[in-house]
Design a protein around this ligand. Structure first.
Ligand SMILES: C[S@@+](CC[C@H](N)C(=O)[O-])C[C@H]1O[C@@H](n2cnc3c(N)ncnc32)[C@H](O)[C@@H]1O
Length: 257
């Protein structure tokens, strides 16, 4: 299959980018606070955790599991099994090295192409992975099929106001007040950004698309959180002071009726 260049990264039509298996990106990502500290280093985690049902006795699927921090936490919270799926060998290698639990299984795979049994999970979770996926409808169809009746789908993505601009750079007025460019908001398509490494491809889609794609696949919306650090967090991280101007993360809870 013919490959093309986008930014500095090779893309194959129909295949996801797998930037986490590129050495420069992976080394940079591994140095982030959330990579070093796990869930404790992810400031949005308490809000996402609050959207989860009690996991005791439940079978959990984690889409884009990364280093496996959530998979291990889910087992401590009582889940009977966790399947973590990720595209990146680098991420899965560390996940496997840090997990000593036969009830946690990691599988290499593309979220968009997964083949899993119907009604085989009680909870599907995904943290900051689905904005890499081009076909959200395929993901929602998968989730609807693999969830048992009453099962929960809880996920986070980069917030659409964060992903909207083609040139995601803060602007400042004469008084130094920050503003975030929101042009191209309704243009739902790939964005190529320089984040950790040049040429990282993410998929921008509107809030309505996240919500309506879930509804179109027979899911019920249970919660929507536009997460930004509060005053307490900003007091500890003064460099986050502008974040509430454009919430970085969107957290969504849904349920299979
Ligand atoms: C920002 S990391 C988040 C990792 C983990 N969920 C967390 O919150 O720490 C995004 C992860 O999604 C994975 N990913 C991206 N696109 C994917 C795809 N199409 N299929 C499977 N995994 C994918 C990446 O390899 C990476 O591990």
């Amino acid at each position: 299959m013919a490959a093309r260049r986008e930014g500095t990264k090779t893309l194959v039509p129909g295949m996801p980018q797998n930037i986490y298996d590129q050495t420069d990106f992976f080394l940079g990502y591994s140095r982030l606070q959330r990579s070093v500290l796990g869930l404790a280093g992810a400031p949005e985690w308490p809000a996402l955790r609050a959207m989860l049902p009690p996991l005791s006795g439940l079978r959990v699927l984690d889409l884009g599991c990364g280093f496996g921090a959530f998979a291990r936490w889910a087992r401590e919270a009582g889940a009977v099994s966790v399947l973590g799926v990720d595209l990146s060998e680098n991420m899965l290698a560390r996940a496997r090295a840090e997990t000593h639990d036969a009830a946690v299984v990691y599988r290499r795979g593309d979220i968009e192409q997964l083949e899993l049994d119907a009604d085989s999970f009680d909870v599907v979770y995904s943290s900051l992975a689905l904005h890499y996926v081009a076909n959200l409808a395929a993901v929602c169809a998968l989730v609807r099929r693999v969830l048992t009746a009453g099962g929960a789908f809880v996920f986070s993505v980069e917030h659409p106001v964060f992903t909207a601009p083609r040139h995601p750079v803060w602007q400042r007025d004469a008084a130094g007040v920050a503003a975030w460019p929101l042009n191209h908001y309704l243009d739902e398509s790939a964005r190529v950004t320089d984040w950790i490494a040049p040429g990282v491809v993410k998929q921008h889609r509107c809030i309505a698309t996240y919500v309506n794609t879930l509804l179109d696949h027979g899911m019920r919306l249970t919660r929507l959180v536009e997460w930004a650090p509060d005053a307490t967090l900003i007091a500890h991280h003064p460099d986050w002071a502008d974040e509430p101007h454009r919430p970085p993360f969107l957290l969504i809870g849904a349920q299979r009726p």
